[in-house]
Design a protein around this ligand. Sequence first.
Ligand SMILES: C[S@@+](CC[C@H](N)C(=O)[O-])C[C@H]1O[C@@H](n2cnc3c(N)ncnc32)[C@H](O)[C@@H]1O
Length: 248
Amino acid sequence: MVYKIVMARNSREADGRKVWICPARDVFMDKQKLITLPYDVKLALRKRVFVPDEKTFSFINTAIELINRHKKGIGVIADVGTGSGVIAIYIAKKFPDKKVYAFDISIRALQLARYNVSLNRITNIVFFKNKDKKWLNSPNSKKIDMIVANPPYVGDLEYFSKRFLKEYPDAKYQPATAIRSYDRYGLRSYIGIFNAARKHGVKYILFRCNTESVDKINLILSKVKDVKLRKMKSRISQNSFLFVEIIY
Ligand SMILES: C[S@@+](CC[C@H](N)C(=O)[O-])C[C@H]1O[C@@H](n2cnc3c(N)ncnc32)[C@H](O)[C@@H]1O
């Protein structure tokens, strides 16, 4: 593990320092917010762009661990659905010799992510604007070795269920276009990214999944020939991560 995030009420602790993280509703009230995260990463947040939560940091830890483990085979990492840019920024900062491509469909998110990159003086991230149903819209997509993605994850069945907002009250402050996958079971984004990855010869994918859909995604992908899957449970939450190795 590269750094440790210990859960505490409304705060996170990394390397002995308390770091304030605001919940999505604070951004909803404030329009814009600047927060400081572990390792002096500064992050501006704004309305209508996904606000990172504690699972994001567990996901970043896992991504860094996996990149370290497969270091030699990974030169270019793509953060698909970058939002505020938080995942791309941590990875780019941790691995300054690697290139990070950050994709999003939302201009508002890309503006914010670019701003966050300049706040943190990061120089190894390149941004790309995606189009609907396209996940790797870059002339250099053939060079991507690993995808990390926390794509829209909530299917309609869950999104419109009564228990959804009871279980995830902050979700009502997140933009629907950032969390809704616009299909029944929340599978569309994962399958789209997986197909794009195969088309472009990407070796590894790390997905942050919804607990509701992780087993379905696992099952669908494991039926594809030449794909190795490793399911990982996040340590601090119920959310599950899926690591996919594609053998061509
Ligand atoms: C759940 S948010 C994750 C944001 C960020 N990665 C994080 O973890 O904090 C999903 C993001 O995917 C973006 N998105 C939706 N469709 C997309 C597409 N076709 N290509 C790229 N990004 C897309 C949304 O705009 C949103 O910013």
